[in-house]
Write a new protein. Structure first.
Lengths: 225, 211
């Protein structure tokens, strides 16, 4: 793996994670992360759109006039999102209904445009796709962790609503983490998303702080990242 | 000057080319997915309608037998809805009405009511609402069987004065923490039954009247 590839992967998943470091794309993060299945579905849909958008922009990047690049990027992203939306409407209707307005709103998710503008419009196609996928997965990861936290605290279950994706068979796959749980409404409502995200960011900062302290102890120069 | 004009031309033609390509992509996908979308929408609607119908079944095409419902205040509809007449061997077994409770805790609660020809409720299912998750959303069949309290009820049973939640002196149970939601729904179902009573003959007419 070339150092560049490695760096792209580490940036997307951790160092520049869109959900907890760049804090981009918070609208869906906060709205749809009330359970794991919703979070994962929107995360993967966003990742798919990002990969295709970054890939296609990287391919045509030499033909995009500088002055009109932002409208063109938005045009490309909007068209791709609509295609994904139509496909989901046709083949996973239940999920389409759950994700509702947040599906078309992927267009306005700044992380998609940010990666296209900052990365795909300047770099090779393969690296652009990799960057988009890693950034998307980084966002998905945060969404799923947040969705899991909110679902466990809010309803005491995990993976409820999986039948929306896989059909009625999946009704039995729901994991009842806490039996006879009364539910904590706060976790399900929007404030729960803010509090949960805050805690996740705090946890990441704490981890990074630990690492930095350890690095300082190890190196006599006191050099930190 | 000429260079400036050229740049504008290049920019404009790039925009045009991308817009045309985008439009072509969208219309292609739309054409490809349209049959699947129509089919899954139809299947989802059918599934919901079938839940509010008596279990003994029907043998007609409900979607094709749909007829317009006016935005009558008794139904609570803001826009004209639809009624579906279920028939077996040419006899009406139930009619499904779209209706809404405008006074839910946070906005409108839309639902379907299946009514047998004798005026008893075959089933009620909420199709869309904005009630508080975890509190008022037990009106959804996926969350709680509560909505089955309407099964078998009619305007004669319980008496109209008892068509209320218990807290208001009626006969309908509710769950602690959310009274406004079931209160709105009980009232709306009663009104829908009143609408049925007033329009029974047209709703159960086996032949569609020509407009």
């Amino acid at each position: 793996m070339s150092p560049e590839t490695r760096e792209i992967i580490v940036n997307g998943l951790w160092k520049q994670n869109p959900g907890i470091v760049q804090l981009l794309g918070l609208c869906p993060l906060l709205a749809i992360s009330n359970n794991v299945v919703n979070a994962l579905s929107l995360g993967l849909a966003t990742t798919l759109v990002m990969a295709v958008a970054s890939g296609s922009v990287a391919v045509v990047r030499d033909y995009i006039p500088q002055a009109a690049r932002i409208p063109l990027f938005v045009l490309i992203i909007a068209a791709l999102v609509t295609v994904v939306e139509l496909l989901m409407h046709a083949y996973v209707l239940a999920l389409y209904v759950v994700l509702g307005v947040f599906l078309p709103l992927i267009t306005t998710n700044c992380i998609v445009l940010a990666r296209v503008e900052a990365f795909a419009s300047k770099r090779g196609t393969l690296h652009s796709v990799l960057d988009a996928v890693m950034m998307g997965l980084g966002l998905t990861l945060v969404l799923v962790v947040l969705g899991g936290l909110r679902e466990v605290f809010g309803k005491g279950t995990l993976l409820s609503g999986l039948d929306l994706v896989f059909g009625p068979v999946a009704k039995d796959w729901v994991i009842q983490v806490v039996p006879d749980y009364q539910g904590l409404l706060l976790a399900i409502l929007p404030p729960g998303a803010f509090i949960g995200l805050g805690l996740i960011i705090a946890a990441r900062n704490w981890l990074e702080g630990m690492r930095a302290r350890r690095a300082r102890v190890d190196s006599p120069l006191g050099q930190t990242a | 000057m000429i260079e400036f004009r050229n740049r504008i031309l290049v920019t404009a033609s790039a925009l045009l080319a991308f817009a045309m390509f985008g439009a072509a992509l969208l219309s292609g996908t739309f054409q490809l997915t349209r049959p699947a979308i129509e089919q899954s929408e139809r299947a989802a609607k059918m599934k919901l309608i079938a839940q509010v119908l008596p279990p003994d079944g029907f043998d007609n095409d409900l979607i094709r037998a749909a007829r317009p419902l006016p935005a009558d205040p008794l139904l609570g509809l803001r826009h004209p809805g639809e009624a579906y007449l279920a028939m077996r061997h040419g006899q009406p077994v139930a009619v499904v009405l779209e209706a809404a409770a405008p006074d839910g805790y946070s906005g409108e609660i839309r639902f379907l009511v299946g009514i047998r020809p004798d005026g008893t409720v075959a089933g009620v299912r909420v199709t869309s609402h904005h009630e508080t998750p975890g509190l008022g959303d037990y009106i959804e069949i996926g969350k709680s069987p509560w909505v089955r309290v309407f099964d078998g009820k009619s305007l004669a049973d319980p008496q109209p004065v008892n068509w209320k939640v218990r807290k208001d002196g009626g006969l309908f149970d509710y769950m602690a923490g959310a009274t406004i939601t079931p209160r709105a729904l009980v009232k709306a179902v009663r009104r829908t039954l009143e609408y049925f009573q007033a329009h029974r003959n047209e709703l159960l007419a086996t032949t569609k009247e020509q407009p």
